[in-house]
Design a protein around this ligand. Structure first.
Ligand code: NDP
Ligand code: OXD
Length: 308
């Protein structure tokens, strides 16, 4: 089987060596080397070449090296071409760690204490324990569910929101636009782990922030275009929101003059909440290659109608 990898080179070289050892029937070429382009069945990429189908006329599936597939222009791909996102334990673990860090950070008032430190101010504030803090996670997929499991184990009062009904142990679940307001009213800390789709673009806006409890905090680890920047600045100024931890923005990176960089209530990280882990992901990739060979659906198949 011929596949092409087009993404970060060091990881590609490692995967190429690993596959040569564990699956010698799989020939992985690393872009720009594509071997015989006519023979390429699968493309594993973050950004595919501009005209994918002209480049690989016999392509059978496009696999994302990341958890999201929103970077692909699905309208440019044949409607029946399977598009697959990455699901692997290292990526999930990274997200669980980041979400836990961010939730604990705002739960324990760290943005405020870091501001106080800068001006040599020694002042205490009342401490709430985790069971007195309501955490709401938007998106109950691979990453949302794993993050919630950890938050529940820490004792937080957890809620979740998804498109369709979900049941998670220890988590109060809401779904759909009609139940969003109730979910938001129960979210002192709101975590966004939604994929970017037409329905989630711009969702984190003034109307949504107004439905959170006063002084709530935001943890945004979904995708940049979900957040309205001006609306966030307005609610931070009014006190409706007390803090925001942002791992994704639009654009990435933000321009140097963007107010988020210097904002005392914003923690900004450069899209590092989680990353595909070279070692664990190659096993997940091989599992999908074997599924493809057996004619079974691959894990992480994108539903083209839903957009995720
Ligand atoms: P999944 O596809 O497994 O889960 C998506 C969840 O979002 C599902 O629960 C789904 O609902 C819900 N959802 C989708 N659309 C809506 C909507 N309109 N209204 C309500 N709920 C909705 O995704 P993952 O958990 O694997 O990943 C989530 C996202 O995290 C990725 O798409 C990516 O954007 C982001 N990410 C960010 C990273 C970072 O480093 N910052 C790293 C990795 C991922 P339902 O259950 O009903 O289908
Ligand atoms: C991903 C990401 O989707 O890094 O994997 O955001």
């Amino acid at each position: 089987m011929h596949i092409v990898y087009k993404s970060e080179a060091t990881r590609g070289a490692h995967w190429q060596r690993w596959l040569a050892q564990h699956a010698p029937d799989v020939q992985m070429h690393i872009w720009p080397d594509v071997g015989d382009a006519e023979q390429v069945e699968l493309l594993v990429a973050w950004q595919p070449p501009e005209d994918v189908m002209a480049t690989f006329p016999n392509l059978k599936a496009l696999l994302s090296v990341g958890a999201g597939a929103d970077q692909f222009d699905l309208s440019q791909l044949p409607p029946n071409l399977p598009v697959v996102r990455m699901i692997e334990p290292g990526l999930t673990q990274g997200m669980v760690e980041y979400v836990t860090f961010a939730v604990l950070g705002v739960h324990r008032d760290m943005p405020r204490y870091f501001q106080q430190q800068r001006v040599a101010k020694w002042q205490t504030h009342p401490i709430r324990t985790a069971n007195q803090r309501r955490v709401g996670v938007m998106g109950l997929g691979e990453l949302g569910q794993a993050s919630l499991q950890q938050l529940v184990s820490l004792g937080f009062d957890c809620a979740g929101w998804s498109r369709t009904p979900r049941e998670l142990e220890g988590v109060r679940c809401w779904h759909g636009a009609e139940q969003l307001a109730e979910f938001l009213a129960h979210s002192d800390i709101l975590v966004c782990l939604l994929p970017l789709t037409d329905s989630t673009r711009g969702l984190l806006n003034a109307e949504l922030f107004a439905q959170l409890p006063a002084g709530a905090a935001l943890v945004q680890v979904g995708r940049g275009p979900q957040l309205n920047h001006d609306d966030l600045l307005t609610v931070l100024a009014s006190g409706q929101l007390s803090a925001a931890v942002l791992d994704v923005t639009d654009p990435e990176p933000l321009p140097p003059e963007h107010p988020f960089w210097q904002h005392p209530a914003i923690w900004l990280t450069p899209h590092i909440a989680s990353q595909t882990q070279t070692d664990s992901a190659v096993a997940a990739l091989l599992d999908n290659l074997r599924r493809y060979q057996r004619g079974e659906p691959m894990v992480g198949l994108i539903d083209r109608k839903r957009g995720y």
